[in-house]
Design a protein around this ligand. Structure first.
Ligand code: NAP
Length: 253
């Protein structure tokens, strides 16, 4: 992990909570924010070893991080996650709502539990974490909330009725909370990735998809992390709120 010299670190001593940071995009975001000097909470659901390895990597580069287990679709888990973060790191300046799952199938085959599992984590999880963290940010009169949506929430995707509904919901939620919190110095934005190389897209048939990506390739987790890192930066992104940024190789334009 590249760690910038302290003199140019943008997020020095800030505390960033990244949900679903044990793998994929969340992992890249955690490492990227840590390279800018942020103290990072690496949240995970099951992959405790992977989360510990990320913490070790950050510490080895001179940074600071802790791993905290929580199923962020569960209200009690979220409360514990936030109170442990406050206890151990004192504050939360940046919340990245990244944890997400898919349960893909066409509508007629979609079971209620496939619908509910995706909505519970990808939308209700964002509500629970944002609500809990917003109390601290409103008191501090500062904060950055960055929600990981998806191009599926903007353009739809066959087989992903649950997922696109949740991600479209995240976009509406982002805009509303941005309006509610703007006067208290908290910005709220969303990043909408296209197809990114992670465990989530391992099973997707690449050849068909590539026809829809003008840049002709999948994105890398680091390319989403770059946008998140920009949105967390002060003053670079201080005047941006309520926006959705597509990082998708040109899929949506
Ligand atoms: P991924 O590789 O499957 O990783 C998912 C992460 O979420 C893991 O760290 C996982 O933790 C965590 N997680 C799962 N259930 C959780 C729960 N109940 N509570 C807390 N954490 C939980 O996924 P990804 O591709 O990096 O996706 C990250 C985000 O980007 C998601 O919101 C996804 O919808 C969005 N996105 C991805 C793509 C893409 O092409 N990959 C495109 C658009 C949007 P464990 O390791 O402990 O299971």
């Amino acid at each position: 992990m590249e760690r910038l010299p302290e003199s140019v670190q943008n997020l020095r001593d800030q505390v960033a909570l990244v949900t679903g940071a044990s793998r994929g995009i969340g992992k890249a975001i955690a490492l990227s924010l840590a390279s800018e000097g942020a103290k990072v909470v690496v949240n995970y659901a099951r992959s405790s070893e992977a989360a510990d390895q990320i913490v070790s990597k950050i510490e080895a580069a001179g940074g600071s991080a802790i791993a905290l287990q929580a199923d962020v679709s569960q209200s009690e888990d979220v409360d514990t996650l936030i109170s442990k973060t406050k206890e151990q790191l004192g504050r939360i300046d940046i919340l990245v709502n990244n944890a997400g799952i898919t349960r893909d199938t066409l509508l007629l085959r979609m079971k209620l539990e496939d619908w509910q599992a995706v909505i519970n984590l990808n939308l209700t999880g964002v509500f629970l974490c944002t609500k809990a963290v917003s109390k601290l940010m409103l008191k501090q009169k500062s904060g950055r909330i960055i929600n990981i949506a998806s191009v599926a929430g903007l353009m739809g995707n066959p087989g992903q009725a649950n997922y696109s509904a949740a991600k479209a919901g995240v976009i509406g939620f982002t805009k509303t909370i941005a309006k509610e919190m703007a006067s208290r110095g908290v910005t709220v934005n969303a990043v909408a990735p296209g197809f990114i190389e992670t465990d989530m897209t391992k099973e997707v048939k690449a050849e068909e998809i590539l026809n829809y990506i003008p840049l002709g390739r999948y994105g890398k987790p680091e390319e989403i992390a770059g946008m998140v890192r920009f949105l967390a930066a002060d003053p670079a992104a201080a005047y941006i709120t309520g926006q959705v940024f597509n990082v998708d190789g040109g899929m949506v334009m």
